[in-house]
Design a protein around this ligand. Structure first.
Ligand SMILES: [Fe+2]
Length: 297
C-alpha cells in the first residue's frame, strides 16, 4: 500500500494564536497528548518563520532521535538493495547523519555545495504553487516533525524523514536537482489550476514514485519510495509502464491505496529527456497538446 507520507494533517491557528495540528483518527499519535502538543509547537515555529529570519531549531527529544536512528539504519539497508545508482551516489556525497535528526540548516549546509538547494520550514501542506514554484530558487519546503515513536517504520504523513531521507538524497543529485528547477520555472509560466495539477501529477509519478531499470533490475528514485520502509519493496509487484507524460498527468490515482501502476524509465537520461524536457517547455496549453498528440483529445 502506497499510503505512507502523502497526506498532510491540516494545521490551523485560532484567533488567539493557538496553533493546532489536526491528526486523523487513525494517526498513531492521535491519543498521545504529549505528541500532539509537540506537533502543535513544531508547526507554530514553522508558521512564525519568514524569509530572512533564522531557521527554527527543533530541540528533538531522545525518543525522536531514536526514531530517526532506527529508520535511517533500516532505509540505508533498503536503499542498497532497491535505490537507483544515481540516488546512492548522491546520498553518499550528501552523507546525512544517521545518529541524529539534522536541523534544516544542517541539511542546507550539506546540499548547497552539491546542488545549491536549501531547506526552509513548512508547518504542513504548502500550496502547490508555492511548493513547486520555490524549486526555481532551489528552495525546498520541509516539515520538521517526526512520526510517532510507537510506529517508527510507518507514517501517514510526510515527516522530516520523508523530506530529508527521501527528497534530500534525491536533490543531492545534480541531474535530479535540474529537473526540480525546471518544475519551478514551469510553475512561473502556469496560470491555470488545471495545468498546475497536471504538473503535480507528472511530478508524483516521477520524482515521488518513479522507478528506473538498471542492469535488468528495477530500482527506485522517487522520494516517496525512498523514504518508505513498508513500500520500498512493493514496486516489485506493480505493473510497470513506460514514461508517458500524457498518461502520468491524467492518471486517476488513490493515494490511500496501493498504486498498481508505476512508470519505469529505461535510464536517468530518459527521465531527463521525457520528464525534464516536458517541464522545461511546459505552459498552460501543454496538457492539451500532449493529450492531443497522444490521440486522447
Ligand atoms: Fe514528497
Amino acid at each position: 500500500m502506497f499510503t505512507e507520507a502523502q497526506l498532510y494533517s491540516p494545521v490551523t491557528r485560532s484567533g488567539d494564536g493557538d496553533v493546532m495540528v489536526h491528526l486523523s483518527d487513525e494517526h498513531p499519535g492521535v491519543h498521545d497528548p504529549d505528541y500532539r502538543a509537540r506537533r502543535n509547537a513544531i508547526a507554530a515555529l514553522a508558521l512564525d518563520y519568514a524569509p530572512g529570519k533564522s531557521l527554527p531549531q527543533i530541540d528533538y527529544t531522545d525518543e525522536e532521535q531514536q526514531v530517526w536512528r532506527i529508520v535511517s539504519a533500516e532505509l540505508a539497508r533498503k536503499h542498497q538493495k532497491y535505490a537507483a545508482t544515481e540516488v546512492l551516489a548522491a546520498a553518499a556525497r550528501l552523507d546525512l547523519p544517521s545518529d541524529h535528526i539534522p536541523q534544516l540548516d544542517e541539511v542546507s549546509a550539506a546540499l548547497v555545495p552539491l546542488t545549491g538547494f536549501r531547506y526552509v520550514p513548512a508547518a504542513g501542506l504548502v500550496p502547490l504553487r508555492e511548493f513547486f514554484g520555490s524549486f526555481a530558487d532551489r528552495t525546498f519546503h520541509s516539515t520538521q516533525y517526526i512520526r510517532h515513536h510507537s510506529a517508527p517504520l510507518y507514517t501517514p504523513e510526510p515527516d522530516a524523514i520523508h523530506e530529508i531521507i527521501g527528497h534530500a538524497n534525491q536533490i543531492a543529485s545534480l541531474r535530479f536537482a535540474a529537473i526540480y528547477e525546471a518544475v519551478g520555472a514551469a510553475v512561473a509560466r502556469l496560470t491555470t489550476e488545471t495545468a498546475l495539477k497536471f504538473l503535480a501529477d507528472v511530478f508524483w509519478f516521477s520524482m515521488e514514485f518513479g522507478v528506473v531499470r538498471e542492469n535488468g533490475e528495477i530500482r527506485c528514485y522517487g522520494a516517496g519510495l525512498l523514504s518508505s520502509y513498508g513500500e520500498i519493496e512493493e514496486f516489485q509487484h506493480a505493473e510497470l509502464r513506460p514514461l508517458d507524460v500524457a498518461t502520468m498527468g491524467t492518471a486517476v490515482y488513490d493515494i490511500t491505496h496501493y498504486q498498481p501502476i508505476l512508470y519505469c524509465a529505461q535510464s536517468i537520461s530518459e527521465i531527463e529527456d521525457v520528464i525534464g524536457g516536458f517541464f522545461a517547455s511546459m505552459d498552460d496549453d501543454s496538457p492539451h497538446r500532449v493529450l492531443h498528440t497522444a490521440g486522447r483529445m
